[in-house]
Design a protein around this ligand. Structure first.
Ligand code: ADP
Length: 251
């Protein structure tokens, strides 16, 4: 579902990704962990084309991100319309929910399907109500974001991402803006989603959650992947001193 080879990214003179290699198989959950500033969010944003990579290869669901292979075998840059189509297949859930404040939960969820996918309002509403039930918020369909807790807003944001029927969902620290007592309800929804077979890439500080949910944990530091593998290896028996030090610092 995701193939990254030698992905490099700089902001001005500062190189923040030094050559990331990563494979995400369909239906798997990959958690990216590591110290602040190690490039986790930047890498996630590259997958979703919110940042453009400088070098390397990045493909989602078998397509180069931002490029296509021309008749002569060379890569040509995609135009805006083609990029929007690619981006549509990738859901993103942000740290700060990013719901439209002037729309109800239901309106937030149907906005993309009606506006972009051209679904009928009736179909989009029906699907949105199913999704609200899945995240345990059917009774809040007509509430505005300001009337919802942070945990509820994040669950609506997850339903909104799912409404676009993505092939992959990226989560950027989805619980780090929440009060501690609201973290569990969001993690529960994500756990259910993982069990339903959704492919997920999650930047998280929740090490216990990563251990529980991830098929693969990727430890990044300083713009490099230091090690990756099943949680029992990377979290339970890390090979690298930097991983050990990081895990000690967050425990
Ligand atoms: P992490 O998610 O691991 O905390 P980030 O990907 O957010 O790391 O950041 C990696 C580095 O890139 C940091 O040094 C950060 O300051 C820098 N950075 C991120 N986004 C930008 C940007 N838009 N412009 C300049 N520097 C940035």
């Amino acid at each position: 579902m995701v193939v990254a080879r030698g992905v490099e990214k700089s902001f001005g003179a500062v190189k923040v990704l030094h050559g990331i290699d990563l494979d995400v198989m369909p239906g798997k959950v990959v958690c990216l962990i590591g110290p602040s500033g190690s490039g986790k969010t930047t890498f996630l944003r590259c997958i979703n084309m919110l940042e453009k990579i400088d070098r390397g290869l990045l493909a989602v669901n078998g397509e180069h991100i931002g490029y296509r292979v021309g008749k002569d075998g060379r890569l040509c840059a995609l135009n805006e319309r083609e990029i929007s189509r690619q981006r549509r297949e990738i859901g993103m859930v942000f740290q700060r929910f990013n719901l439209f404040q002037h729309m109800t939960a239901l309106e937030n969820i149907i906005e993309g399907p009606v506006g972009v996918l051209k679904e009928s309002k009736a179909d989009a509403r029906e699907h949105a109500m199913d999704l609200l039930r899945r995240v345990g918020l059917a009774h809040k369909a007509d509430s505005f974001p300001s009337e919802l807790s942070g945990g509820q807003q994040q669950r609506v944001a997850i339903a909104r991402a799912l409404a676009m029927r993505p092939k992959l969902i990226l989560f950027d620290e989805p619980t780090s803006a929440l009060d501690p007592e609201l973290v569990g309800e969001v993690l529960d929804v994500m756990r259910k989603l993982a069990h339903s077979g959704m492919t997920m890439v999650i930047v998280t500080h929740e090490i216990a959650f990563a251990r529980d949910i991830a098929d693969i944990v990727v430890f990044m530091d300083g713009g490099w992947v230091i090690e990756s593998g099943p949680p029992a290896e990377v979290l339970g028996n890390p090979r690298h001193e930097r991983t050990r030090k990081f895990l000690q610092s967050v425990r």
